[in-house]
Write a protein that binds this ligand. Structure first.
Ligand SMILES: [Zn+2]
Ligand SMILES: [Zn+2]
Length: 183
């Protein structure tokens, strides 16, 4: 039986927008157990080649810290250095895989642990996305009481908040501050 790493049609996306979205989600994710790893994979249509273990969860908590280093890099130069460290750690030479539908490129060997699947997709996906779409397109929410990380996949690349909810909360806050000035 063939085992899948991801849905064949969206392979390219897994290593671009989807990879960057998954990287941001991983920074925000709860990763206490194997079940948390399975849930994150499910939310992003990532088909794991092996069932996740608690060791994968532990490995991904370390990987989460490395990804957060890219999010929180204070300068573009440091962001690029952090991305290069991720690539060195998370990917291996590209390889054409036949495991699931049409031939497609992986940046890892076949049949690896969930930790390595996540690492290859998020390292290459994030590096590809940020260099193609703009190195600023990874940030934390600008709402004062929110630290959620997000990849900005919008057309204009000017996203400031993690969600519509945070954007609306900030708008209400600005409105209140303005109203109190007028009193
Ligand atoms: Zn694949
Ligand atoms: Zn937010």
């Amino acid at each position: 039986m063939l085992s899948g790493c991801c849905n064949g049609i969206v392979h390219f996306n897994h290593y671009s927008d989807e990879g960057a979205l998954l990287a941001a989600a991983l920074v925000n994710a709860r990763l206490d157990s194997a079940a948390d790893v399975a849930e994150l994979a499910g939310e992003h249509d990532l088909l794991l080649e092996r069932p996740p273990s608690d060791e994968d969860a532990a490995g991904l908590r370390r990987w989460r810290t490395a990804l957060a280093g890219v999010v929180d890099a204070p300068t573009t130069g440091e962001r690029i250095e952090a991305l290069n460290r991720l690539l060195a750690r998370g990917t291996s030479h590209p390889r054409i895989s036949l495991h699931n539908g049409p031939p497609h490129v992986h940046f890892r060997p076949d049949d690896v642990t969930p930790e390595r699947q996540f690492a290859a997709i998020t390292a290459f996906g994030l590096a590809w996305f940020l260099t193609q779409r703009g190195l600023h397109r990874l940030a934390r929410c600008a709402a004062g009481d929110c630290t959620v990380a997000f990849a900005d996949v919008t057309r204009n690349g000017r996203q400031r908040y993690c969600s519509t909810r945070c954007a609306n909360r900030q708008a209400v806050r600005r409105h209140r501050a303005h109203a109190s000035h007028l009193q």
